[in-house]
Design a protein around this ligand. Structure first.
Ligand code: MG
Length: 397
C-alpha cells in the first residue's frame, strides 16, 4: 500500500512537470520584474520572437539563400546592381563595377561603390573572392574592403599565403584590431563573411555605447565584439567621436578586381541606450517599460469583464501589479481577494471540498504577490486563505 501511494505521488509529480503550465510558464510564476528587468522570469507577457525562415548555406559553386527577413543588396543580377551607385559627392551616379558570372566585380580605378540604402546596426552577410590568378603581395593582393556605414572598414584581402601587417589582415577592423585567425580559402574561391555591427552611439558628444563589430569568416570567429574606435584609417588613428545613425555600405576599390556575391543584411533591434530593450536597462527605462507592460495587461483585463464571473478579470489585473503598483488597480485587486476569501469561508463543508485546488491557487498567488511586494505578508485575505488550507489539511501531501 505504501509503495502504491509513493508511486502515485511520483506519477503526480511527473504529470505536473510535464504539464503545459510547468513547461511554458504561467502568471505568478518566475521572479517578478525588478529595477533592471521589466519582465518576470519566464514571463508570458513578453513578446514572442518573430518567425524568420532561415536561408541556406553557400557552397563553393553556389551562393546560399538569405533568411526571409533579410534585405537583399546584391543577388548576382544586374537588377540588384542598381541598388548601388558610384561613391561620389553627388548621388545617383551609376557605378562602373560590372556583373560577371553572378558576382559584381571591382573595375580598378573606377572608385568605391556604395549602396543607395542607408542603414546602421545590422547583421551583414557578404561573400567575396580574389581572382584565382595571384598578382601582387601584402596589401597589393586582392585588396578591397567592407566599409560599415561607409566609415569603418572590415578588411578584404587575399591573405592566403600572403603575410602583411596583422591589423591589415582580411577580417581586421583595419588599423584597429587583427583577426583572431586566418581562415581564408585559396584565391578564386569565395570567402563568406558574417558581421554583427553595432554603431557607436553618442549623445551631446558623450559616448553612450562605443560600438562593436563581431565578424566570422568562413564560419570562424575573427572579431569578438571588438570595440570600435570611430572610423578606420590608413596610417592614422581616428579618435572616437560622434557617429551618424545611418550610412551606406561601401566596398573599396583598392586597384584589385575583387568579386562580391550574395550581399544582404538584417536590421537589428534597438539597444537600451537608444530606447530599446536590447541590453542593460537603467532603472528609469525599466520603470517606463514596466508601466507600458502593465497598461497592456490592464487593457487585456477589460476583455475579461464578466459580472457573473469576476475572477479572471481580477486575476489579470493582479498580474499587472508586479510591473506597476497603480493605486486604483491595487484597490480593485485587494477588494477582490478580500471578497474571495470571505466567500469561500461562507461555503458549506460539502461545497468547500470542491474548491481545494482553486483556494490553494489563490493562496499561492497571494504568496507570489507578497514576494513581489504588491501585498504585505500579513495581508488579511492571504493569512485567511493560508489558515483555511491548514484547517482543511490541504497543506499535507
Ligand atoms: Mg582594404
Amino acid at each position: 500500500m505504501k509503495a502504491y501511494s509513493a508511486l502515485t505521488t511520483m506519477c503526480a509529480l511527473l504529470l505536473a512537470a510535464a504539464s503545459p503550465a510547468a513547461s511554458t510558464g504561467s502568471p505568478f510564476y518566475g521572479d517578478p520584474p525588478d529595477d533592471h528587468h521589466p519582465w518576470a522570469i519566464h514571463d508570458q507577457n513578453r513578446p514572442q520572437p518573430k518567425v524568420v525562415t532561415p536561408g541556406t548555406f553557400s557552397t563553393a559553386e553556389q551562393p546560399g539563400k538569405p533568411p526571409s527577413d533579410a534585405i537583399v543588396l546584391f543577388d548576382g543580377t544586374e537588377a540588384t546592381l542598381s541598388k548601388w551607385e558610384a561613391d561620389k559627392n553627388e548621388s545617383g551616379v551609376a557605378t562602373k563595377w560590372i556583373v560577371k558570372d553572378g558576382a559584381m566585380q571591382c573595375v580598378p580605378g573606377s572608385g568605391y561603390i556604395r549602396t543607395r540604402d542607408k542603414f546602421g546596426d545590422c547583421q551583414l552577410h557578404v561573400e567575396w573572392a580574389a581572382l584565382s590568378k595571384v598578382q601582387g603581395d601584402s596589401q597589393g593582393r586582392g585588396n578591397s574592403g567592407i566599409f560599415l556605414m561607409g566609415i569603418c572598414e572590415i578588411q578584404v584581402l587575399d591573405c592566403y599565403n600572403n603575410p602583411t601587417y596583422a591589423d591589415g589582415f582580411a577580417g581586421s577592423v583595419y588599423g584597429v584590431n587583427p583577426p583572431m585567425a586566418n581562415p581564408l580559402h585559396p584565391p578564386g574561391e569565395f570567402q563568406v563573411v558574417d558581421i554583427v555591427f553595432r554603431r557607436p552611439i553618442y549623445k551631446d558628444g558623450k559616448p553612450l555605447d562605443p560600438g562593436y563589430a563581431t565578424v566570422f569568416i568562413n564560419g570562424v570567429l575573427v572579431q569578438d565584439h571588438t570595440m570600435l574606435e570611430g572610423g578606420t584609417g590608413h596610417m592614422r588613428r581616428t579618435k572616437p567621436g560622434p557617429f551618424p545613425e545611418k550610412g551606406p555600405l561601401k566596398f573599396q576599390d583598392h586597384g584589385n578586381p575583387v568579386r562580391y556575391r550574395n550581399v544582404w543584411y538584417r536590421e537589428l533591434t534597438p539597444r537600451a541606450v537608444e530606447g530599446g530593450t536590447d541590453g542593460y536597462l537603467t532603472t528609469e527605462a525599466t520603470t517606463a517599460k514596466r508601466k507600458e507592460i502593465a497598461g497592456l495587461i490592464r487593457q487585456d483585463a477589460e476583455k475579461l469583464k464578466d459580472a457573473n464571473n469576476p475572477l479572471p478579470e481580477m486575476l489579470r489585473l493582479a498580474e499587472s501589479l508586479p510591473y506597476d503598483k497603480d493605486e486604483a488597480t491595487l484597490k480593485k485587486v485587494t477588494d477582490g481577494f478580500a471578497q474571495y476569501a470571505a466567500s469561500v469561508r461562507q461555503l458549506p463543508a460539502d461545497k468547500l471540498g470542491g474548491k481545494k485546488d482553486e483556494v490553494k491557487r489563490m493562496s499561492g498567488i497571494c504568496g507570489y504577490l507578497a514576494r513581489a511586494t504588491v501585498f504585505s505578508n500579513d495581508f488579511a485575505p492571504k493569512t485567511d486563505l493560508e489558515k483555511l488550507i491548514k484547517e482543511q489539511g490541504w497543506d499535507k501531501k
